[in-house]
Ligand binder design. Structure first.
Ligand code: CP
Ligand code: NVA
Length: 314
């Protein structure tokens, strides 16, 4: 079983990749790869025996829920699914009180919700590590799995051109943070009205400068895709934006990964999507099912990446 060096991680929250150094992210990726190999070889790794993770969900989830829940079992611990529909939080109990109650009983808290501030409040009051399983602002656990996937297929991260096409949303933000920290060239191609949050762009630019990366936001997707090593997309309307779906369909209609766009990318470019995907909208069915798509490797890597996060911080 891989020995873990938890020195820099134990007790820490995992809320944004901006909070971790390049070296720390590289170490998390190494542990994720080790855990993946051990799992495939049938080597048990009960790093979290006797520990419990509470998983609070205010939004739907397939991958995140299953990855954390199964990951916890594989690490020898237990996971507890807490839907906001069922716990007292949904009836008005405060985040501060919920954080302190859960901290008396569990060893870590994963949360998926709308407001990023809610996660920051939870972390302020919790005395156990808090893991951000997606907010309207960020989706860092997804990007750790994405980096693992890119590293597996490309052998490295630094210097690669990653082009994200679509909405300047939580995925675009976390990709800028993760990519910048790892010395990648991250290009966000989006309509002018849907640019990423300017504060996140500024922070990612600082991260890029300090780590040999580059961050760009442009509206010309053909120019963006030129020579890309990785093409990435996400849904046009995120969770909570259902009522804007029709307007967004029009605004994003040309922001699609299709066979034509793929021609502008490097010959050996890979295609990623955090999923769930809307085939025929942000990505054509042909590309989704095509030889350059690695979306199911990426989905599987949620399990291994999340196990690394939990094993290190809990
Ligand atoms: N990509 C992702 O977070 O998937 P879920 O919404 O299914 O968890
Ligand atoms: N941007 C999407 C990501 C889903 C994993 C959303 O927030 O719904």
């Amino acid at each position: 079983m891989t020995q873990l060096n938890k020195e820099k991680f134990k007790g820490r929250d995992f809320i944004s990749l901006h909070d971790f150094s390049q070296e720390e992210i590289a170490y998390m990726l190494k542990i994720a790869a080790d855990l993946k190999r051990e799992r495939k070889e049938g080597i048990p790794h009960p790093h979290l025996q006797g520990k419990t993770l509470a998983m609070m969900f205010t939004k739907s989830s397939t991958r995140t829920r299953v990855a954390f829940e199964v990951g916890m079992y594989q690490l020898g611990g237990q996971a507890l699914f807490l839907s906001s529909r069922d716990i007292q939080l949904g009836r008005g109990e405060s985040i501060a009180d919920t954080a302190r109650v859960l901290s008396r009983m569990v060893d870590g808290i994963m949360i998926r919700t709308f407001s990023h501030q809610e996660v920051l409040n939870l972390a302020e009051y919790a005395t156990v590590p808090v893991i951000n399983g997606l907010t309207d602002l960020l989706h860092p656990t997804q990007v750790l799995a994405d980096l693992l996937t890119i590293q597996e297929h490309k052998g490295e991260l630094a210097g690669l051109k990653l082009v994200y096409i679509g909405d300047g949303n939580n995925m675009s933000h976390s990709l800028m943070f993760g990519g910048a920290k790892m010395g990648m060239h991250v290009v966000i191609a989006c309509p002018d009205a849907y640019r990423p949050n300017p504060e996140i762009i500024a922070l990612a630019e600082e991260d890029a400068k300090a780590n040999g990366g580059k961050v760009e936001v442009i509206s010309d997707l053909q120019a963006a895709a030129e020579g890309a090593d990785v093409l990435y997309t996400d849904v046009w309307a995120s969770m909570g934006q259902e009522q804007e779906a029709e307007i967004r369909k029009q605004a994003f209609s040309s922001y699609q990964i299709n066979a034509e766009l793929l021609k502008a990318a490097a010959k050996d470019a890979i295609v990623l999507h955090c999923l769930p995907a809307h085939h025929g909208e942000e990505i054509t069915h042909e590309v989704f099912e095509g030889p350059q798509s690695v979306v199911f490797d990426e989905a599987e890597n949620r399990l291994h990446a999340h196990k690394a996060i939990m094993a290190l911080v809990m």
